[in-house]
Every structure is written in structure tokens, then in C-alpha cells.
Ligand binder design. Structure first.
Ligand code: ATP
Length: 323
């Protein structure tokens, strides 16, 4: 197992009597790569990260970080990891610079070394100009970059990022992505949890799709997209009675039985060549005299990806709980 930066096999973790948060979770991450954990709320992503980062004891299974057993050698593991995301501990009263120096001191760096490291990280994460302002006044993107910088003080070999861009606008999200890429270029291994297909696509070398505490699919983003079906052609009909006819036409063009939703009067099907499929669909629907409200192509949503990979949608678990 030593050639992998992160390994987990058959991890199980139960909360209380009925929540099996991890149910045989496993993965293997090569050094210097980004691995994405993709899944909806409650799939077990945070539990997996906390278990691997020594913050939570797993009940069964085996995990290693940089060759050290997580359960038996937690102090060796902690010396090699950084963690950021849902547990960010930035002090809003302090400036960005003061925060980083404080973290350096917490990690037992000498004052001069802590200041030097703080300047280096501020520069790396594009925060030099804002370094003197209090962190409470930072934008969401700046704040996440400060979190990232804080988790990088000790140059961790493995960095855990739990939903690093949830709630950020597209520009801030891009800034965080760039920061992550620059870390990886220097050899850091990153395990990233996300609810966004696009984030996994942008950043991850490989992705594990998590459902009910276990990895149900694993591969490169391209491999997973191929399994999910890539882009989709979507048609909204004016009259719900024409749904079946439009579905038949789309099915003929794409070669795949389309999904139909009477409530939103929508028909959609995956298309390998979206421009060709869209062009053909417009022509065929026009020839058939169907009244169309909208037609276009779009990326699959996380819900659709889930439906294809797991056979149920992302809300199934919640509905069971609610029932
Ligand atoms: P999110 O995106 O919401 O963080 P997640 O994929 O990270 O979701 P987890 O937070 O790992 O999922 O949660 C997995 C399951 O375990 C959920 O059903 C959750 O309600 C439950 N759970 C998580 N933490 C606890 C806890 N401390 N006590 C009891 N149940 C918990």
C-alpha cells in the first residue's frame, strides 16, 4: 500500500443505532494527484474525510496516509496532513497576516519563521494586498484562500478539502481552484469532497462517487462522464400530451431512451455529439409539427449522474428518513 498517499479499505462507521455513515468505504490515491469524493448531502463524504484525518474513529476497516496506519499511528498521520473546509478556524478579528502568523506559532514555528511563512503564503494565494485587513472583512473567496493558506503552513503531504467552494460565486470558485492547482503542482496530494460535478471535473484526476457510505463508482472524470452520458439534449414541450411523441423522436436521434418529466413538460436524453443531436432534434421536431417551448443542451446534473450510477436519485435517502 505504501506507493499510495491515501488508502482506505472497507471503512465502516456507525452513528448511534441506525446511521451507517460509512458502509465499506474504500479508495486509493496516488501521490501528487487530486482525488474527488462526489456525492449528495449525507452520502458520508465528511465522515470519510474526518476518519482519514484522525478526527473520528472508524469502527472497522483499514486506512493509511503516507504509509502510516491511521488508527495506530495517528500522530504520524497528523504530522503529514492539512485540513480545511467545514472546520475552518480563522479568527475574524485578526488580519489575514496575523492569522497565518498565529497558525505558524501554534505549529511551533519560531516567530521569524512564522512571519516568513505567512508572507510566502499570502503571496502564493494572492492575499498580499489584503494582508493587513481583518479576515472578517474578506470576501468568501478570499476567506477560503486564507483557510487554504492556513492549512498549508506546515507543507502537508496530504491535504483534505471538505467542500472548499460551497456557496462561493463563480469568480471566487475559480480563485480557489487555482490555489488548489498550485499546491498540487508542488506535489501535495489532495482529497476533495464536493457536491459539484463541475468541480470534480475541473480539479480531480480521479473521482469516487459516494452513495450511502460507500464508493459506487470510481474513475477519471472523463470515464465517469462517459458512463453518465455526458451532455444532454433537453426539450420542453408546450403541451404535455406531446411528451411521448417528442420522447420517441429524441430516443431515435440519441439512441437512448430519454427521461421524461410530465410536471415540467421536459424530455432529456444524453448525446455523445450534442451539436449534431441538437441540430437533428430541431429539424425532426419542426418536421413533426411539435410545439416546443424550449430546446437546448446542458451538462448532466448531479441528480442525473446519481440516477445513472446508482439507480436512484439523490433524494431517495432523505425521503425514506422523512417517511
Ligand atoms: P454533507 O455534504 O451534508 O456534509 P456528507 O456526504 O459529508 O454530507 P456526512 O456528513 O458524512 O455526509 O454524513 C453521513 C451520515 O451520517 C448522514 O446521514 C448524517 O446525518 C450522519 N451523521 C453525520 N455526523 C453525525 C453525527 N455526529 N452524529 C450522528 N449522525 C451523523
Amino acid at each position: 500500500m505504501a506507493e499510495h498517499a491515501i488508502v482506505a479499505e472497507g471503512l465502516r462507521k456507525r452513528y448511534g443505532d441506525d446511521t451507517q455513515a460509512l458502509d465499506g468505504f474504500g479508495l486509493a490515491v496516488e501521490p501528487g494527484t487530486v482525488h474527488g469524493l462526489l456525492g449528495p448531502n449525507g452520502a458520508g463524504k465528511t465522515t470519510a474525510v474526518r476518519a482519514l484525518a484522525t478526527l473520528l474513529r472508524y469502527d472497522e476497516g483499514r486506512a493509511e496516509i503516507c504509509g502510516f496506519d491511521v488508527a495506530r499511528r495517528p500522530e504520524e498521520v497528523r504530522a503529514r496532513i492539512g485540513l480545511t473546509g467545514q472546520y475552518a478556524a480563522v479568527d475574524e478579528q485578526l488580519s489575514g497576516r496575523q492569522n497565518l502568523v498565529m497558525f505558524g506559532r501554534l505549529y511551533k514555528l519560531r516567530p521569524r519563521e512564522a512571519r516568513r511563512r505567512a508572507e510566502e503564503l499570502l503571496e502564493r494565494f494572492g492575499l498580499t494586498e489584503a494582508a493587513g485587513r481583518s479576515a472578517g472583512k474578506y470576501s468568501g473567496g478570499m476567506r477560503r484562500r486564507l483557510d487554504l493558506a492556513a492549512s498549508m503552513i506546515l507543507l502537508p503531504r496530504v491535504l483534505f478539502l471538505d467542500e472548499p467552494t460551497t456557496g462561493l460565486d463563480p469568480r471566487s470558485r475559480n480563485q480557489v481552484w487555482d490555489a488548489v492547482r498550485s499546491l498540487v503542482a508542488e506535489g501535495t496530494t489532495v482529497l476533495l469532497t464536493t457536491q459539484y460535478l463541475e468541480e470534480a471535473d475541473q480539479l480531480a484526476d480521479r473521482v469516487s462517487v459516494i452513495d450511502a457510505g460507500r464508493a459506487v463508482a470510481e474513475g477519471t472524470p472523463d470515464e465517469l462522464k462517459a458512463r453518465i452520458g455526458g451532455d444532454r439534449v433537453e426539450v420542453v414541450v408546450r403541451d404535455v400530451r406531446e411528451l411521448a411523441e417528442v420522447a420517441a423522436i429524441l430516443g431515435r436521434i440519441t439512441g437512448v431512451p430519454p427521461l421524461t418529466d410530465p410536471d415540467t413538460r421536459r424530455v432529456s436524453a444524453p448525446a455523445a455529439d450534442r451539436v449534431a443531436a441538437l441540430t437533428e432534434a430541431v429539424r425532426a421536431l419542426h418536421d413533426a409539427g411539435t410545439a416546443i417551448e424550449d430546446i437546448g443542451t446542458r451538462r448532466p446534473t448531479l441528480d442525473e449522474a446519481f440516477l445513472r450510477l446508482t439507480g436512484h436519485d439523490t433524494t431517495a435517502e432523505k425521503e425514506e428518513v422523512a417517511a
